[in-house]
Design a protein around this ligand. Sequence first.
Ligand code: PGA
Length: 249
Amino acid sequence: MARKKIIAGNWKMNMTPSEAVELVNTLKPLVVTEEADVVFCVPSIDIIPAMEAAKGTNIQIGAENMYYEEKGAFTGEISPNMLTDVGVKYVIIGHSERREYFAETDETVNKKVLKAFEHGITPIICCGESLTQREQGITIDWIRQQIKIAFLNVTAEQAATAVIAYEPIWAIGTGKTATTEQAQEVCKAIRECIAEIYDEATAEAIRIQYGGSVNAATAPELFGQPDIDGGLVGGASLKPDFGKIVNYK
Ligand code: PGA
């Protein structure tokens, strides 16, 4: 069975609630498609207004982060129940910015991934190498380690529904997109790693996105690769260009 593409916006720390409504209203006629799942991952405070604005469209609203405990004394965090209560079905886990600025590790990523599955939320699990790692030729080893830890104790059935976002750190927000060959090579290696951990069927089912300076010009070739099932898009997801990325064909 062919995998359905998934194209997700990552708004990061942008858009107030009223701006979020405006942006959803601007983008909704532009992102209509039946060929891909379209997800806007937005700041927590924007989730409810964005959902209201997206009602009746093909846009699904996701979260950018989630904690791995159910509730309690974790000031400032957001729990899986809070997300499912309002109908959130996707959450970005382990974005490189969360790893860099908020001390997330492969282990906390794994805890969050397990918790998301427990609550029926699809995790968009981020991985990616730094420029130094790429230059040292250890990209694939590094990514395999991130994937193996992220999927610890995740069942094959759960893994088959997961989304992985391969985002080379040096390509995020820099305007330097990985070449199509670089992106395809790593996404293929990720799929092989999933096949090793689980089996071929799981590897064939899992969806793998590329992220890092994706724009309307680079999307068609990237998303046309056999192992790239869409993208995680930062900067360009805040602009009408996102419509062109979604309708990249
Ligand atoms: P970018 O961000 O498209 O602005 O590079 C991608 C991401 O961080 O998810």
